[in-house]
Design a protein around this ligand. Sequence first.
Ligand SMILES: [Zn+2]
Length: 239
Amino acid sequence: MNAWPSLAGTDMVAEYGGTTTQDNANILDQVNLITFTDNEYNFPSAVLAVGIATSFTEPTYFNGRFYRPGQIVNADMIFNPAKKFKTPSIGGTGTDLFSTALHEAGHLYGLSHTAIKSSTMFFVLPPGQEAGTLEADDELSYLKAYPNDATLGSANRIGGTVVSGLTGEPVPGAIIFAIDVASGDTASCEFTLPDGSYLLLGLPDGDYLRELVRRFNSEQEFCNGVLGSKRIGSRQSLG
Ligand SMILES: [Zn+2]
């Protein structure tokens, strides 16, 4: 759980609350539970575990305090009781427990899946312990969610708005990849918001190409394109 909050430049703290005899997770009881024995959650057969963060869509008074829209009220990690997990020290058969937990912990902290396959937050778990370390894209997603004040003030920003060339309307849900020109690697990615805007925060100094992948109505149909023809420095700022 601490691999995420210990990232540099972030200011969220996770505290271990001890053990409990509670088996089943409850998304509103404000017990942030990690359980291997939930017999109520309905797992699809291919799913190893789920991380569920609960928030409200509008300002809500709950259990004696106000919560902002999107503010996490409760978080639970539920491992599929039908699956087997292993650790390097205990061994056995099954899936690497730490890799699975690291991914689900990202969800508990409010992160969603990324489109970058090498990231811990990609929705398919790579074999072995490959997801047991956070990649640059994972770290930037977390940094954007929980930056400390100093980081927020000084971090590199690349942002913009994607609009349809046909209608001029904003395009939500498009994926923007930031590709490091020097290495050719995809450094980070971000989805556009309902108003078509996106913001990549905290990329290291360098030149990046922004590649747009827009998903159309059909699930299979993708359209690739590079946004703009010139390289952009990561110091470019929207203010
Ligand atoms: Zn996931």
